[in-house]
Design a protein around this ligand. Structure first.
Ligand SMILES: [Zn+2]
Length: 316
């Protein structure tokens, strides 16, 4: 595990002094690392995690209602910057299926292709009989999928694939049974990430991921993985089978980054040439958090908005 200071060169780190700018509309700060000698930008994409809108009072630092205004500002900025695509990394809502009707019309103002990742709240926050309607409500073609942009492959995982809170029905459901068994294995290893509000990538989903990465490797594509749940560094929020996912990632040379939400504090580490980035949760505090990523041939330049710091992630 390396922190940002070790990951980028000392010279670049010293250059990476955040500069403040005025964000569109609401005056959020925008932080960009100083990217003074870049290869040309191939394309950009917008990314936001844990919008977690709910028509409910704030709890601690979580300002559920304020997310509507923050999301609207984020959508305006993605449109203004003409990003190639936008993706939200799950926990779009805090609770209540009806909350989707508040956030989706805002998200759907995006002018470019837009994608969803399933978070735990998107399923555990709705009634059992509504769980299986969430994928269609979000307009997702399936719970996990991939898409390509400019020769890059983006792979979207479903960390609720096997789960104790996110699946319905439970009795006799292989996705529930596999989740329960996986959660017990994590508990036996005395790891911290046992909570019910985590989940895992089931065996079929793992096989699909392996095939995706093999296809990408064969085609010479670089890959960025999107997930709601982190896999590295070790953390209470991680997928139950984070070790298995890491093995799959590291058995292919094509993955350059794994980007997720779920841990609202944010996080970053690098391992064997792969960047593991947890974005800060938009719903925390009265200040927003999201990012625009500029994709270059030799690095990713992450421009952070609000509480999200700017970063330069070098490709190996
Ligand atoms: Zn979550």
């Amino acid at each position: 595990m390396k922190d940002i200071e070790n990951t980028i060169s000392r010279r670049d780190f010293l250059r990476a002094i955040a500069r403040a700018a005025i964000g569109a509309g609401l005056g959020w700060r925008c932080y960009a690392a100083d990217d003074s000698n870049p290869q040309a930008t191939e394309f950009t994409f917008g990314v936001v995690a844990d919008v977690q809108y709910g028509d409910c009072p704030s709890v601690g630092s979580r300002y559920y209602r304020a997310s509507l205004k923050k999301l609207a500002e984020c959508v305006r900025e993605f449109n203004a910057k003409k990003v190639e695509f936008a993706i939200q990394l799950g926990d779009f809502i805090e609770q209540d299926f009806a909350a989707f009707d508040a956030v989706l019309p805002i998200w759907n103002r995006l002018d470019m292709p837009k994608y969803h990742v399933l978070g735990n709240h998107d399923l555990s926050g709705v009634q059992d009989q509504q769980k299986n309607a969430v994928v269609a409500k979000l307009g997702m073609k399936s719970r996990y999928y991939s898409f390509k942009v400019n020769g890059w492959r983006f792979v979207v995982l479903d960390g609720n694939d096997v789960s104790v809170l996110g699946v319905f029905p439970r009795e006799g459901n292989p996705r529930y049974e596999e989740g329960l068994a996986m959660q017990k294995r994590v508990a036996k290893m005395n790891k911290p990430n046992t909570p019910d509000w985590n989940g895992g990538i089931g065996s079929e989903h793992i096989a699909w991921l392996k095939a995706e990465l093999q296809k990408a490797s064969g085609a010479g594509e670089k890959v960025i993985l999107f997930s709601h749940f982190p896999v590295f560094p070790p953390n209470v929020h991680n997928l139950w089978n984070e070790d298995e996912v890491l093995r799959v990632i590291e058995s292919n040379q094509c993955v350059v980054a794994y980007v997720n939400g779920h841990n609202h504090a944010g996080n970053y580490a690098e391992r064997n040439g792969v960047h593991y980035l947890t974005l800060k949760g938009m719903c925390e505090t009265d200040e927003t958090a999201y990012a625009i990523v500029e994709v270059h041939g030799d690095h990713l330049n992450l421009v952070g908005y609000g509480r999200e710091p700017g970063r330069i992630l070098k490709l190996q």
